[in-house]
Ligand binder design. Structure first.
Ligand SMILES: *Cc1c(COP(=O)(O)O)cnc(C)c1O
Length: 363
């Protein structure tokens, strides 16, 4: 069985380093908000190219905390996509704000700038572009609209650690940006974790306070906050993984290139790469009208292809707004994620390619 993603292989690839990081934390006697979290926040912020990082409990919390830091909540609207992990929308709604979902670009599957202005109302406060599958959204166009309407931009970078837009890493553009360290992500913990990053000292301080009960000084809440701390164990593990991130992303890109090369000429729409960007292939997603048949065929061959995501958020019972998003709805019926993780071997990549060829030969 070839898995679609494989966090275990990510652990085994640097087992000794991770085991000793874990031991270091266990023996330190300091398990919550200590040196590992602080150092990881500094290392990760530096990697992204921003001044501040605030480690939190998950990527979902990172988005909710960032929105709260810019004082977005009940009565406000936030524009984002429906074609994303449900977490993006869940995080907006956690704050009491309303998620207004718009369509994506036909080519890149990220927030369509041309669809934003029609969704803006007097209650709109922010735009959350999602750098989906590891591909940067069209940030120049999005920022132009945000400026014109005086809206915040909060980047959802949960699938794009290390992705580059015009020579800068994503996460360094928005008022704030949010990362997830869910185990399968490009930078994955062995448990839950997330981070908010920003260049704004005031927003960084507010986020830090919200993370822990609104405390500036221990035990005294300046405003209502919550507990969304990143723990020392995860931070220590993530420090090990961060040192391998660029190399791991290069391996993902190499696998994507192997797929691209051999899928040329087949009846498959391959991932398109935006110009002046680095796509870090959190997922390698192809598109075909025969998606369901191909998924079944690959499963039979022991290949764990998957769908990200099968039902657009705006059609899910919890968030149904009754609108029609044509590109998103068509996409969701045709997309298929093929196995993608840094440790995927060349021979497994070839097995996957041969299986896809076999599918077309047997049609
Ligand atoms: C994974 C993910 C999140 C949420 O992260 P968690 O750490 O699982 O809470 C948010 N947005 C997107 C696009 C994601 O892929």
């Amino acid at each position: 069985m070839i898995l679609c993603s494989n966090p275990t292989s990510g652990y085994l690839a640097c087992k000794n380093e991770i085991d000793s990081a874990i031991k270091r934390v266990l023996e330190s006697g300091w398990y919550i908000l200590g040196g590992e979290v602080k150092t990881f926040e500094e290392e990760f912020a530096k990697y992204i190219g921003v001044d501040f990082g605030i480690g939190v409990n998950s990527g979902t919390d990172a988005i909710a905390l960032a929105l709260r830091a810019v004082e977005i909540g009940a009565g406000d609207e936030v524009i984002t996509v429906s074609h994303t992990a449900v977490a993006t929308v869940a995080a907006i709604e956690m704050t009491g704000a309303k998620a207004v979902m718009v369509d994506v670009e036909e080519d890149y599957y990220t927030l369509a700038p041309s669809k934003i202005e029609a969704a803006i109302t007097s209650r709109t406060k922010a735009i959350i572009p999602v750098h989906l599958y590891g591909q940067p959204a069209d940030l120049d166009s999005i920022f132009k609209i945000a400026k014109k309407h005086n809206l915040r931009v909060i980047e959802d970078c949960a699938q794009a650690h290390g992705a580059v837009y015009k020579n800068r890493r994503v996460g360094s553009f928005g008022d704030m940006a949010c990362f997830s360290f869910y185990p399968t992500k490009n930078l994955g913990a062995i448990g839950d974790g997330g981070m908010v990053v920003t260049n704004n000292a005031e927003l960084a301080e507010r986020t830090t306070m919200i993370r822990q009960y609104g405390w500036k000084e221990r035990y005294i809440s300046q405003f209502a906050g919550l507990n969304s701390r990143l723990d020392e164990l995860q931070a220590a593990i993530l420090r090990v993984k961060l040192a391998h991130l660029d190399n791991d992303n290069a391996k993902r890109i190499r696998i994507a290139e192997m797929y691209n090369k051999q899928f040329g000429g087949m009846d498959l729409i391959l991932p398109k790469k935006r110009g002046n960007c680095t796509h870090v292939y959190h997922l390698y997603v192809v598109r075909t009208k025969k998606r369901d048949e191909m998924l079944r065929y690959l499963k039979q061959k022991g290949i764990g292809a998957a769908i990200h995501y099968p039902l657009p958020v705006h059609l899910q019972p919890a968030y149904n707004q009754g609108q029609k998003l044509a590109v998103t709805e068509n996409l969701s019926k045709e997309i298929l994620s093929l196995p993608m993780y840094p440790e995927l071997s060349d021979s497994d990549v070839q097995i996957i390619i041969d299986a896809v060829k076999g599918f077309y030969n047997e049609l």
